[in-house]
Design a protein around this ligand. Structure first.
Ligand code: ADP
Ligand code: F6P
Length: 320
């Protein structure tokens, strides 16, 4: 019997369960058995897996999180850890491995691909949307909608009290989430790690808005821009506005996946299983200009996805 392994790795994202479900049912439809490795790369190192079948993935498409659990696994950043994982793939005769995760997980997959003949295919699933080779990752749409719903509520109290709110969203290194959320809540200012932090520009925007009678405002900041508590204090000290900080936090990582996140998960899984059944490995599937495509694992890992900073200007104009 041929075997496909599936693993969820790195930061969890809404839609990972939809991807696990689709991988399992599509693999079965192609005559494969499925091993679900638990807790990310740790599961491959420790050879911890559970057998999945079409019934075991029933009723999970709507669930956030991952039934296989996930982890961040420092041991996998060592050659010994990668070697152990490769040995376990061989011991279980795993023909193909679907890795559901983000850019870090794919860097791990690239290391593993050099130690195994197992066909490895990545399904991009992270709320950061920072995987090179896809316009959108599984979970991103859900996280954006979660943050937007929270910030729309914050906007109510900001307007009522004529306050400025600094709202921190996730994104330790990249600003894709902050930019999409900022645009869609009508933020007056959006701060992303990719753009230098110019506090004088922030003060100027707040002062100009107040002069026009717009005394409340929303500043969406990716957590990677720095100490948002300090940023809020500096704005208050330099503009005279009453400023509060609100952190959306880990709610962005959970919740029932949106239809879009479920759709991407299912389409990416279908592409991944198709690649493996056709004998292709070391690929990352993605959505590019409306098409479900794939690029090499190496190309995805060696390149950095660019943020369209022109959208920052668009957001500024739309918020005047
Ligand atoms: P994400 O996949 O969401 O970006 P991480 O960046 O934490 O999450 O990566 C997930 C896991 O992938 C890490 O905990 C580690 O086990 C593995 N990993 C990340 N980068 C590398 C690397 N350069 N080499 C080997 N393994 C890596
Ligand atoms: O990778 C997704 C992410 O949510 C980032 O946006 C965030 O900075 C990070 O994970 C938080 O990591 P952890 O869950 O380990 O605290």
């Amino acid at each position: 019997m041929k075997t496909i392994g599936v693993v969820t790795s790195g930061g969890d994202a809404p839609g990972m369960n939809a991807a696990i479900r689709a991988v399992t049912r599509l693999a079965y439809a192609h005559g494969f058995q499925v091993l679900g490795f638990e807790r990310g790369w740790e599961g491959l190192i420790q050879n911890r897996f559970r057998r999945l079948d079409p019934r075991s993935v029933g009723g999970i498409i709507q669930l956030g999180g991952t039934i296989l659990l996930t982890s961040r696994c420092p041991e996998f950043k060592t050659p010994e850890g990668v070697r152990k994982a490769a040995q376990n793939l061989a011991a279980n005769h795993v023909d193909g491995l679907v890795v559901i995760g983000g850019d870090g997980s794919f860097r791990g997959a690239l290391e593993l691909s050099r130690e195994t003949d197992t066909l490895i295919v990545g399904v991009p699933a992270t709320i950061d949307n920072d995987v090179y080779g896809t316009d959108e990752t599984v979970g991103f749409d859900t996280a954006v909608n979660t943050a937007v719903a929270e910030i729309d509520k914050i906007r109510d109290t900001a307007v009522s009290h004529e306050r400025v709110f600094v709202v921190e969203v996730m994104g330790r290194r990249r600003g894709f989430l902050a930019l999409a959320v900022g645009l869609t809540v009508g933020a007056e200012v959006i701060l992303v790690p990719e753009a230098p932090l110019n506090m004088e520009e922030v003060y100027k925007t707040i002062r100009e808005n107040a002069a026009k009678g717009k005394r409340s405002g929303i500043i969406v900041a990716a957590e990677g821009v720095g100490d948002t508590r300090k940023i809020a204090r500096q704005i208050e000290e330099n503009t005279g506005a009453e400023v509060r900080l609100s952190i959306v936090g880990y709610a962005q990582r959970g919740g029932s996946p949106t239809a879009r996140s479920r759709l991407l998960a299912s389409l990416f899984a279908e592409k991944a299983i198709r690649l493996i059944t056709q004998g292709f490995g070391n690929r990352v599937v993605g959505l590019q200009r409306g098409e479900i495509t794939s690029i090499s694992l190496e190309e995805s890992c060696k390149n950095q996805k660019q943020l369209d900073t022109r959208l920052l200007e668009l957001a500024k104009t739309l918020a005047t």
